[in-house]
Design a protein around this ligand. Structure first.
Ligand code: SF4
Length: 247
């Protein structure tokens, strides 16, 4: 994908797309927005990170290439362009080159088939996983993924953190504000066994101390080592052979 196709932002229509699925059902994706301006279709992906126009990460370009390929799969026509839109409204246009998109999709399908073959032959998922800051960012299974928890670094979760460790205490104060106190060992919090507190947990049965818990998608507070759970957060309990959503 090359940078270059200009987009002027004068969209005559813009819509949030539903999931796009390839004809064989193996690849799905949902672009943040698809705009149509004077008959020209542009796939838009919103990014919260700062990106230099001359240094768009390859992963972001590939994401838009796959969206473009999926768009073609579903609608039978290629988008005229693709755009990364940053938080401040800056738009980084990318040119959609169908041959490149098809090559990438072909590679993705080969990788998918290869993974499925290994999984069906009984391979250990932990060794198959290739955790990374980009591929794991929005994964809902981080809290149950040993590979992620072992490899994660603090910079992998600047806005929402994943903290795995032994539960020291599950307590509530007089205002009913429940707090999990965790000796952090893995994940995107400090991995030095430092004690962190996660508040905002819904009321429920107290968790046994010394359980290995993972608080995923929790929000760092101003005070160091303090985090808050919200409805998007997930709390996983490993030792009890179960997972539980407590927020
Ligand atoms: S968290 Fe684990 S399962 Fe999810 S994308 Fe990362 S490596 Fe894969």
């Amino acid at each position: 994908m090359q940078k270059g196709l200009p987009t002027d932002g004068k969209a005559t229509s813009a819509r949030i797309e539903a999931w796009l699925k390839s004809a064989d059902g193996k690849v799905v994706g949902r672009p943040d927005r698809v705009e149509t301006t004077e008959g020209r279709t542009t796939v838009v992906d919103l990014k919260t990170s700062s990106i230099e126009p001359d240094d768009v990460p390859a992963a972001y370009q590939q994401q838009l290439q796959l969206y473009s390929w999926l768009w073609h799969e579903v609608w039978g026509e290629w988008p005229h362009g693709a755009v990364i839109e940053l938080l401040d409204g800056t738009r980084l246009p990318l040119t959609v080159i169908p041959a490149e998109c098809e090559t990438l999709a072909g590679e993705a399908l080969v990788a998918l088939d290869s993974f499925n073959e290994l999984a069906e032959s009984g391979a250990d998922f932990t060794t198959l996983a290739t955790p990374g800051i980009e591929q794991c960012r929005y994964c809902l299974f981080k809290g149950s993924c040993p590979a992620f928890l072992s490899a994660a670094e603090p910079e992998w979760g600047p806005y929402r953190s994943t903290i795995g460790g032994r539960l020291l205490e599950d307590s509530s104060n007089d205002d009913g504000d429940r707090c999990l106190t965790i000796a952090a060992e893995r994940g995107t919090a400090s991995n030095d066994g430092g004690v962190v507190r996660v508040r905002g947990i819904l009321d429920g049965p107290l968790l046994p101390s010394d359980s290995f818990v993972v608080a995923d998608r929790v929000i760092p507070e101003v005070a160091l080592h303090d985090y808050r759970a919200d409805p998007d957060s997930l709390i996983w309990i490993w030792d009890k052979g179960m997972e539980a959503r407590l927020v």
